[in-house]
Design a binder for this molecule. Structure first.
Ligand SMILES: O=P(O)(O)OC(CO)CO
Ligand SMILES: [Mg+2]
Ligand SMILES: [Mg+2]
Length: 283
């Protein structure tokens, strides 16, 4: 039973690498940009094509497995995290970066069983960095083991976050209030890679001490959450409770002290959960 999911993980790595090649080639061409939930929530044909390539390749090899894919959900598929083996796919994490050729773009593939992430693959395809983690077996970048920062002092930390795609002024005020509180601790700096998955891989790599955000989705978080925890990091809700994959809120940090300090500074709010429309979900 020890290698139950190794075949699936090997497939995920190979699918992510193939997807990354498609993304790199698409960067050389004109990109037709469409919008989803708002005028700043972007999608391209490459997002849709890459997701279908990954899903088709998985279906051929694992026909009973289920999927949560960003662009499939956008097209009306349900977003249900069940106990069944489920591939959680963000074909391009950092679509805005992709559109602008800002050089951080990732393919993210998580795999859950019994609602627990078993492996995660994040391919930062312009840097050619393949981040991988298998539950209980550590995190790696291009095969080298990852370890979070050992920094205990938040005043000597770099914190990553994003501004998201919600332009509701009340939400923007909360984002800036949190940012102001954290910046004025003071911390060494604030950074934004433009992709949740890469921000979290930076935590796993020890380059930044923590990342927090409200508003991203399960496909942004699933793979990278395991990469952080297997590198020795902690995951927490923005109000200090346990991390919930479907809640669209996360603090990913190198240790609990820094995570708790950040949670104390965040102006929390609760966007609609990813499973809000799932059958049997609370209205
Ligand atoms: O580019 P995407 O996949 O929309 O993701 C964004 C957050 O939703 C960046 O992480
Ligand atoms: Mg994403
Ligand atoms: Mg995406």
């Amino acid at each position: 039973m020890t290698d139950l999911w190794q075949d699936a993980m090997d497939h995920a790595v190979s699918a992510a690498r193939g997807a990354g090649q498609v993304v790199r080639e698409a960067l050389l061409e004109d990109r037709m940009v469409m919008v989803k939930s708002s005028s700043v929530d972007l999608v391209t044909q490459t997002d849709q094509k890459v997701e279908q390539l990954i899903i088709q390749s998985v279906k051929e090899k694992f026909p009973t497995h289920r999927f949560i894919g960003e662009e499939s959900v956008a097209a009306g598929e349900p977003c249900v995290l069940s106990d069944e083996p489920t591939w959680i796919i963000d074909p391009i994490d950092g679509t805005t970066n992709f559109v602008h050729r800002f050089p951080f773009v990732a393919v993210s593939i998580g795999f859950s069983v019994n609602k627990q992430v078993e492996f995660g693959v994040v391919y930062s395809c312009l840097e050619d960095k393949m981040f991988t983690a298998r539950r209980g077996r550590g995190s790696f970048c291009n095969g080298d083991p990852l370890q979070v920062s050992d920094q205990k002092a938040i005043k000597q930390s770099i914190i990553a976050t994003e501004f998201g795609s919600d332009r509701d002024p009340e939400v923007v005020d909360k984002i800036f209030s949190s940012l102001r509180n954290i910046l004025c601790i003071p911390v060494h700096g604030i950074r934004s890679a433009g992709t949740a998955a890469i921000n979290m891989c930076l935590v796993a790599s020890g380059c930044v001490e923590a990342y927090y955000e409200i508003g991203m989705h399960v496909w942004d978080l699933a793979a990278a959450s395991l990469i952080v925890s297997e590198a020795g990091g902690v995951l927490m809700d923005v109000e200090g409770g346990p991390f919930d994959l479907m809640s669209r809120r996360v603090i990913a940090a190198n240790n609990r002290t820094i995570a708790e300090r950040i949670s104390g500074e965040i102006q929390a709010y609760a966007p609609a959960r990813d499973d809000a429309a799932a059958p049997g979900a609370d209205p």
